[in-house]
Ligand binder design. Structure first.
Ligand code: THU
Length: 136
């Protein structure tokens, strides 16, 4: 699956966005370590805060099917370049410390980042492994 194919899937997933409140559609498509592909869209809620972003919908689908590593995720939204929100950056971090993030305006016009560029000095699972510190 190349970048253009992945972007096409994100564009397609965006069509299913449920956005009666913001009217702002987002689609995402990701590739896992073994090459599996999952897509997602944003799903809003009348109570607002239960809203889930497109990226986290796709990630939840992948993780619930047993995957644990994300290699790449493409995101397409209603703004020219829709960057992942802070919460989604942290959730991508959990399963894709070294992942690539594609922010696409279209299948011909996109930008590519390493997750670490979008979330520098991040906190992740490794930080919870306690080490004995010399000076305490
Ligand atoms: N949204 C996403 O789906 N992904 C992001 O990273 C940014 C925001 C959605 C959430 C909400 O449904 C709409 O865009 C407006 O914030």
């Amino acid at each position: 699956m190349n970048d253009i194919e992945l972007i096409k899937l994100a564009i397609k997933a965006k069509e299913n966005a449920y956005v009666p409140y913001s009217k702002f559609k987002v689609g995402a498509a990701l590739i896992t370590e073994d090459g599996s592909v999952y897509t997602g869209c944003n799903i809003e809620n009348a109570s607002y805060s239960p809203t889930i972003c497109a990226e986290r919908t796709a990630i939840a689908k992948a993780i619930s099917e047993g995957h644990r590593k994300i290699i790449k995720i493409a995101i397409v939204g209603d703004s020219k370049y829709t960057y992942p929100c802070g919460v989604c950056r942290q959730v991508i971090r959990e399963f894709g410390k070294d992942s690539q993030v594609i922010i696409a305006n279209s299948e011909e016009d996109f930008k590519k980042y390493n997750l670490a560029e979008l979330l520098p000095n991040s906190f992740g699972p490794e930080d919870l492994i306690k080490e004995v510190k010399d000076d305490v």
